[in-house]
Design a protein around this ligand. Structure first.
Ligand SMILES: O=C(O)CCC(=O)C(=O)O
Ligand SMILES: [Fe+2]
Length: 280
């Protein structure tokens, strides 16, 4: 008998992961948006100087806050997760000076990627812009540092449920029908752990329902994922990871006494064949 909590066996979807050192290209970004690559890991994609500047400014920021939405971590910026559009866009407007201040007087590498992608998509007749509403506009990124303890510092989740459930007052809900690309820049990494773990599984609406995570996509249990193959992307400061946020992913536990893991995160994807939206 089917109930809301009926066990559901997760279907396996293959992971296509590309890893290399150097500069990210717009062609690779578009491959992830089109679902041709599950995840792209670019090592040493931005300089140590920029990474250190962002890390110092993140922890010194007067806009640094503790998350109060059930996901343990600290942040600078705004998250649409579990918020209506009015609250999200107002928060994004208020946080903008703090997000911009993360880069000091250095060139913002997230904005540079956004601008390069915008130019390339424009050539193909596709507009790229920040999601907006009458209440304001999204920022190009948000800073995050996860503080979950145990097996995961960020529990296994997908990034699609939160977009699907964003609500009709958001223009970005339609992106959930396509690939929700999650872009992460890593300015600082813990000595041990802090890997990005990807599971070979892209949950459906029924899967989410069976796990009671239809509105959030967070968290998937160890029991649910136990027979699903997974792969770890081992990250270092200065790396970029871009992934299809529809696949279950999480961050492994961190240890080491020194550095804390910090990332800059954004989401983007096709809202229409001629429009790509970007938000946090
Ligand atoms: O910290 C990471 O590597 C992943 C972050 C993430 O999955 C998210 O912000 O949704
Ligand atoms: Fe995520």
């Amino acid at each position: 008998m089917a109930t809301n909590q009926a066990p559901q066996t997760p279907a396996i979807s293959p992971l296509i992961i590309k890893e290399r050192t150097g500069s990210i290209s717009t062609a690779e970004i578009i491959s992830v948006m089109k679902g041709e690559i599950t995840a792209l890991h670019i090592k040493r994609a931005f300089s140590t100087e920029v990474a250190e500047e962002i890390t110092t400014n993140f922890f010194a920021s007067s806009g640094l806050k503790e998350r109060k939405d059930g996901v343990p971590g600290q942040y600078v910026g705004a998250s649409h997760y579990r918020k209506d559009a009015a609250s999200y866009f107002r928060q994004a407007e208020n946080a903008r000076p703090h997000v911009e201040a993360l880069f000091g007087n250095l060139v913002d590498p997230v904005r540079a990627l956004f601008e390069a992608l915008k130019r390339e998509l424009h050539k193909q007749g596709i507009e790229l812009r920040l999601a907006c509403s009458e209440h304001g506009r999204a920022n190009v990124c948000r800073g995050l540092s996860w503080s979950g303890s145990g097996t995961f510092s960020l529990d296994p989740h997908d990034d699609v449920a939160q977009v699907l459930r964003a609500g009709s007052d958001y223009e970005l809900s339609s992106v959930a029908r396509n690939t929700v690309a999650a872009l992460n820049f890593y300015p600082s990494m813990s000595e041990e752990g802090g890997n990005l773990r990807l599971w070979s599984h892209k949950p459906t609406a029924d899967d989410r329902k069976s796990q009671g995570v239809e509105a959030t996509g967070y968290p998937y249990s160890a029991v649910y994922l136990k027979d699903v193959p997974c792969r770890d992307i081992q990250l270092k400061a200065g790396d970029i990871a871009l992934l299809d946020g529809g696949f279950v992913h999480g961050v492994t536990g961190q240890s080491g006494s020194g550095k804390r893991r910090v990332l800059l995160n954004s989401f983007f994807g096709f809202a229409r064949p001629d429009l790509v939206l970007w938000w946090t």
